[in-house]
Design a protein around this ligand. Structure first.
Ligand SMILES: C[S@@+](CC[C@H](N)C(=O)[O-])C[C@H]1O[C@@H](n2cnc3c(N)ncnc32)[C@H](O)[C@@H]1O
Length: 253
């Protein structure tokens, strides 16, 4: 399967992984010191412009802090980056199992799976280390926990990460042999033990062969239904801890 051959079938059913809507971003920039060449445009006095700049700086700093502290921050899926978010329940299930498997003092690498990282960020014990290896710079809001990662350069990672993670949890952006093999070399670089991988059913043979993973009973769910079967794989007895379907504890009134 080629990386570029993709399909979006509808808003609620998506052929994994594909292209889709463009991400849009709006940015506000003010330049209080910039001289205005258009004399018809009203100009702010220097002190007013400075006060305005301070107001915006404070506002943005506050928003950023709120974002960092907010477990529920939702960043829109960018289908150009093959982003398909797990449901809340799936993200929490994977995060809970990764934490259990790593242990209280363990370390976890989330490779291209930011929603699981978000859960761990707010549930992990203080003694545990969790990093997010991710291409989408929007997740740099998580500061030191964010490590820029491009699967095309799978080993361009700091040497200090080598074999440092008790659990590596990954969800590659593309269902291609090339992408899988590159992410596998990253996983092998980071891992010193357990591996959990979520990817399409069509990758089963390859992940068994190159990473010695077996398919688990748990089936991850996505916010937008995928048009193709999608599984979870691991190199340990994951099934002993995670059932096939996690029954929601939320009882509708
Ligand atoms: C299929 S999604 C997996 C997301 C996961 N289901 C979740 O809910 O967190 C693929 C992930 O790969 C990331 N990604 C896209 N291009 C990438 C690249 N070149 N290198 C590494 N990761 C990339 C996307 O930003 C996205 O987080």
């Amino acid at each position: 399967m080629s990386e570029s051959k993709t399909n979006v079938t509808s808003e609620s059913s998506v052929e994994c992984y594909g292209e889709g809507r463009e991400a849009t971003e709006s940015t506000v920039t003010i330049h209080p010191t910039e001289s205005d060449s258009d004399s018809d445009t009203p100009a702010l006095s220097e002190s007013t412009a400075q006060a305005l700049q301070e107001f915006y700086d404070e506002k943005f700093a506050k928003e950023k802090t709120t974002t960092e502290d907010n477990e529920n921050i939702i960043l829109e899926e960018d289908w150009q980056l093959s982003q398909f978010w797990y449901t809340d329940e799936t993200a929490l299930t994977l995060a809970t199992e990764a934490q259990r498997a790593a242990g209280e003092n363990g370390s976890i690498a989330c490779v291209s799976c930011p929603t699981v990282y978000k859960k761990l960020r707010f549930t992990k014990p203080e003694t545990s280390v969790v990093k997010l290896f991710e291409f989408d710079q929007r997740f740099s809001i998580f500061q030191d926990a964010f490590v820029f990662y491009d699967f095309n350069k799978p080993l361009e990672l700091d040497e200090t990460f080598k074999e440092q993670f008790d659990v590596v949890l990954a969800d590659p952006p593309f269902l291609s042999e090339e992408c899988m093999k590159k992410i596998a070399s990253t996983i092998n670089f980071l891992s010193r033990g357990k591996v959990i991988l979520c990817t399409g059913a069509i990758m089963e043979g390859l992940v068994e062969e190159i990473l010695s993973l077996h398919r688990c009973q748990f089936e991850p769910d996505h916010v937008h239904l995928l048009g193709n079967p999608f599984y979870c794989y691991a190199n340990y007895n994951f099934d002993d801890y995670v059932p096939r379907k996690v029954v929601s504890k939320i009882v509708e009134q």
